[in-house]
Design a protein around this ligand. Structure first.
Ligand code: GDP
Length: 557
């Protein structure tokens, strides 16, 4: 989505010149695609706005709040999400950003911020989004430190090898000491924090940032000035050490001492360790006051990886300069009941996307035309004309597409499926009325293929009452709402008394079936899952029957 028909940035060359291998490599190199991982209230929305203020927003993919009147056509489950205050408003924002430090000849960077949906609740969507990014910003509230949802999302980043930049937010408010916060990160998740910018002034008295060099030595003092209500970019004064000492004496001295302590304990930035997920650059900020926001963008540009090659199912790398390919990472259906809207969001892996091109859907081998596919941008639907590796494009009415699917041109490719995450909530689903059984089955099949929930079956329960497994309980409500709106089926759900799922196999299934508090199922992807009542039951099984296969799924907790 580098250029849209309504707002084409002047810096972006035409798709034609950028479609050459050299042009493509340059387009990929100037892109950074990332997500913010945080616990509700840490300041993700505030930071997003602050980033938009510092960069030039190009486009917004997937906004659902359309023109006046459109709102009435959004379906029940969207209403439900809105009623619960969950942000579904945009899937990806795209900014142009020119770092203050880069030389004038350096190209403008294109920043793609992919939203992690699910605000106070979780769904698999939240995790799938992380398959579409090259880096994550872990946003932490300075007073609260690491919180549960941040931890869950961090584990997914670690599992996928996504490098993490840490931002400690709300430094304008009283909080913990900076060294305490770093200790917590190190001790609880084993990530070594390597601050790039150290706060001058305690939490609640945020004066500015000491910029640390690669060797940890203080480079300069970036002193901020508050603006009214934090509504505009905070003016910065750049001071050298002498000027800093004169200006903010003891606060500056404390920052210098603490920075030296960090160097003494080896907490200086190392690019290889960062990319390997062992260390995390740290920036202190106040999203509300716009302090440290430019530094976050500069860090993304300087250190976060640009879109690179991705391995296909055979382990062969698809290079960014190869012909077009993309992975679908999210499908949003039922946004507009009158049109049976179904938006599939893809992240481009290689080549150039030009609207109208005919691509192949790897899972069916069928051609898929993007000619009539609209893309939703901002308040109005407009079309995306071209896009490059790292960009996110929404395709309308892409009925056959599901998360994990591949689209390509020319050179055949299929990327590995997106892993299903460990479900923690389980419910039996039944149609209220037996006469609607056919619709019920179709609905289950459809929602399963879209990855709305995981569907589990076993011979004992049969097909009439499949078990739904979800990462977050809201997924069940989405199922019920969509069954009603799209298939006219009233469905009933009963929670099951299981709290854990473990991967098992046919050999272990018989013995597990005899155990109390355990039930074995087959998921629609063929994986056998043992649902277990609680962790004590699991520990008992592991101790008493160590020969049984009970492997953790992709960790979410
Ligand atoms: P989200 O739930 O992570 O999207 O968090 P929001 O951006 O909605 O912020 C939650 C609350 O924290 C709001 O009341 C914000 O005004 C406030 N907030 C966000 N960033 C800061 C900050 O840097 N300093 C202070 N003092 N408050 C902040």
């Amino acid at each position: 989505s580098a250029s849209t028909s309504t707002d084409a940035p002047a810096e972006v060359a035409s798709a034609r010149t950028s479609a050459t291998p050299k042009g493509l490599a340059a387009e990929a190199a100037r892109r950074r695609t990332f997500a913010v991982i945080s616990h509700p209230d840490a300041g993700k929305s505030t930071l997003t706005e602050a980033l938009a203020l510092h960069a030039k927003m190009i486009s917004e993919a997937g906004a659902v709040h359309g023109k006046a009147g459109r709102r009435s056509t959004v379906s029940d489950w969207m209403e439900m999400e809105k009623a619960r205050g969950i942000s579904v408003s945009s899937t990806a924002l795209q900014f142009n950003y020119k770092s203050g430090e880069s030389d004038p000849d350096e190209p403008v960077s294109v920043i793609n911020l992919v939203d992690t949906p699910g605000h106070s609740d979780f769904s698999e969507d939240t995790y799938r989004v992380l398959t579409a990014v090259d880096a994550a910003v872990m946003l932490i509230d300075a007073a609260k430190g690491l919180e549960p949802q941040t931890l869950k999302l961090f584990q997914v980043c670690r599992h996928r090898g996504i490098p993490v930049i840490t931002v400690i937010n709300k430094w304008d408010r009283p909080g913990q000491t900076p060294l305490e916060l770093l200790d917590e990160i190190h001790e609880r998740i084993g990530l070594t924090p390597t601050p790039l910018y150290w706060p001058v002034g305690i939490a609640g008295d945020f004066r500015g940032l000491l910029r640390r060099g690669e060797d940890g030595a203080p480079r300069e003092y970036i002193r901020f000035t508050r603006t009214a209500g934090g509504a505009t970019i905070a003016p910065e004064e750049i001071l050298d050490a002498d000027a800093a000492a004169t200006r903010d004496g003891s606060d500056w001295d404390t920052a210098v001492e603490e920075s030296e302590l960090l160097s003494a304990s080896g907490q200086d930035h190392d690019q290889e360790m960062f990319l390997a997920g062992q260390t995390s650059p740290v920036i202190f900020a106040s999203a509300m006051l716009n302090f440290g926001v430019r530094q976050i963008l500069d860090t993304l540009v300087a250190l976060a990886p640009a879109p690179g090659p991705r391995d296909d199912v055979k382990g062969v790398a698809r290079e960014v300069t190869d012909p077009f390919s993309a992975v679908v990472f999210k499908v949003q259906a039922g946004m507009d009941t009158s049109h049976r809207d179904r938006l599939a969001f893809m992240r481009i892996v290689s080549g150039v996307f030009e609207r109208g091109m005919v691509v192949t859907h790897a899972q069916t081998g069928k051609p898929f035309t993007t000619k009539y596919a609209q893309t939703v941008f901002g308040r109005e639907r407009s079309t995306v004309e071209s896009a490059y590796p790292g960009d996110v494009v929404g395709l309308v009415n892409a009925t056959a597409l599901a998360p994990g699917h591949t689209l390509f041109t020319d050179k055949k490719v299929e990327f590995p499926p997106i892993p299903s995450f460990a479900p923690e909530h389980f419910s039996v689903l039944r149609a209220e009325s037996a006469s609607k059984y056919k619709q019920f089955r179709r609905a289950v099949e459809q929602l399963d293929s879209e990855g709305v929930v995981q569907v589990l079956r076993n011979d004992i329960r049969g097909d009439a009452a499949p078990v739904m497994a979800a990462v977050g309980p809201m997924q069940f409500e989405v199922v019920a709402a969509r069954m009603k709106a799209e298939f006219s089926v009233e469905a009933r759900m009963e929670g099951l008394p299981y709290a854990l799922a473990r991967r098992t196999d046919a050999e272990s299934a018989t013995e597990l079936g005899r155990q109390r508090g355990v039930e074995v199922f087959t998921r629609s992807d063929g994986v056998m899952l043992a649902l277990i009542s609680d962790k004590w039951r699991l520990q008992y099984l592991q101790k008493e029957l160590p020969e049984l296969t009970l492997e953790p799924l992709v960790a979410t907790a």
